[in-house]
Ligand binder design. Sequence first.
Ligand code: IMP
Length: 441
Amino acid sequence: MPNIVVVGTQWGDEGKGKVVDVITPHVNVVVRFQGGNNAGHTVVVGRERFILHTIPSGILHANCRCVIGCGVVVDPASLIEEMESLVQRGVTLDGNLFISKNAHLIMPYHPVLDRASEAMLGARRIGTTGKGVGPAYVDKAARVGIRMADLLDERLFREKLETNLAQKNRLLREIYGAQTFRVDEILNPYLRYAGWLAPYITDTPLLLSRWIESGYHVLFEGAQATMLDIDHGTYPYITSSSTTAGGAATGTGVPPTRIHGVLGVAKAYTTRVGGGPFPTEMHGAVGEHIRARGNEYGSTTGRPRRCGWFDAVVLRYAVRINGLDTVALTKLDVLDQSETIKICTGYRYRGDILTDFPEEESALAEVEPAYEEVSGWMSPTTGAKSEADLPAKARQYLDRLEELIGVPFCLISTGAQRAETILCERSPLLAWFPSVRTSLL
Ligand code: IMP
């Protein structure tokens, strides 16, 4: 029965791929509901490291069906490259991968528009991944987007492409002074992609509905994170999709009444790539230390991530906006060598302490974090099999975070491997999937 959403609670890169990978053996279906190949989910299986951009990480499990939902924007060239690399490494896609007919395509002009727009924004640039995700969602909202189903209808695809190019080329040439495109240079490769992708393109809301009726468990895999949500994130420094739990319904066609719980993923500290407010950002040697220990470089762009302390204001906001039942805390081991650790409990703002996340850009630019300092445990946590195995000060750190955010932890991750995961006894995850206990032993 349980159909569960997994979302990021901070600014992305919390380790959702690993958490989804741990839960996947207990579900039948994993579905992505938003974003595109701006995402990079890293999953380590034995000695192999897989970085997935568009395909749900459930694909690494033989019996799991994976769906790319209608809320996702798909760059077909990048998707096919990902599919080929999985097939080469022995992963079976046929019968396991399903792509929504209504998912929108990222077209070759979208990344060009993405980068040109960023260049024009100057100091107010967003720091996008440059993959064309924002411009593809612009076209979707403007009702000129091209969908997966259109790719299968050559006449319609050509007609939409011609209409769009007439407009895009003027925009590219006259506003941005950027490269323009000919119809045939897009049409020919895209028709080839159509041949490749056709067997996977289907009515996924119908499939999901039938599967749910027949008792399948579904995991909704979010990309990016709460603070990058188009409505609830730090606008305009956000991505262009609904990254929060509500997006799981609209981005898949599964009604909210068929979703039973929401699990948030948070790092034991915070990172952010790209521009925008980041109240607990660490500058100097402390930030460098965390970046090096946590290998905090973007899996899609390789950019160094900005690093900061754990922000309980952000987490409480994520709990509220997503209705989180529980949180999986990742990368605890990265703090193993930190003598002192700070926890942000509120924001100082014009003589007040804010404990609720302020939504205005101007307020966010002014807030100063109010910190509590705890002494670090200065010993390894990797390999701990239970919370009781953790150093006492690490347990105290976890207890304090839980108290501040108001929901229980379900998993504590202390390394990249599946086995480097502690299951928390009080967690709702065990009520949803009792067999998680045996698979993590
Ligand atoms: P876009 O999604 O490429 O338009 O980028 C918009 C913002 O979201 C930028 O700050 C990106 O760095 C950020 N972003 C997009 N995808 C990810 C991700 O998977 N992890 C972390 N940040 C992301």
